[in-house]
Design a protein around this ligand. Structure first.
Ligand code: CA2
Length: 151
């Protein structure tokens, strides 16, 4: 059986994880965490993409969104501004889960609204990096794109 393909997408500034604002985002860089996470899911093929550019994030969603089994997305601040990212996620067939490291509802009011939540299966926030693991676990429990069983 082929492994489920799941892509984790991180948006702007998340390349700074582990280097700035540890009180909000913790002290681990995402590459280190991604190594750990991949070890937890031997039955999946996990990949990771980070960009600070909205168009690149959209291009990546188009690239994998019709062939992968799922997308985990932390769009960073684009969460609160980008209709274009929401349109990209709703255009593709892969189910997406939105993740935020911090609890966006316990922060400034401008972080309380997400354009992505309505087009995602669900949203996890405030659980730190563990949110990514929970999102992958959820996607692994869905019927994959090659599944012959009814949902
Ligand atoms: O909590 C999250 O994961 C956020 O998506 C992070 C975004 C923020 O704009 C969202 O409201 C919530 C910011 C990412 C910035 O990441 C940094 C990481 C380390 C140091 C500085 C910024």
């Amino acid at each position: 059986m082929t492994k489920r393909q799941i892509l984790i997408i991180n948006g702007p500034n998340l390349n700074l994880l582990g280097r700035r604002q540890p009180e909000i985002y913790g002290n681990k860089g995402f590459e280190d965490y991604f190594g750990q996470l991949s070890g937890l899911f031997a039955e999946a093929s996990l990949s990771y993409f980070q960009s600070n550019h909205e168009g690149d994030l959209i291009d990546k969603i188009h690239e994998v969104g019709f062939t992968y089994d799922g997308i985990v997305i932390n769009a960073g601040a684009y969460t609160h501004t980008s209709v274009a990212l929401a349109d990209a996620l709703s255009a593709v067939t892969a189910p997406a889960v939105e993740v935020h490291i911090s609890n966006i509802h316990a922060r400034e009011a401008f972080r309380h609204h997400s354009y992505l939540s309505p087009v995602c299966k669900g949203m996890i926030c405030g659980l730190g990096l563990q949110g990514y693991e929970l999102a992958v676990r959820f996607l692994m429990g869905l019927p994959g794109k090659d599944s012959t069983k009814p949902a």
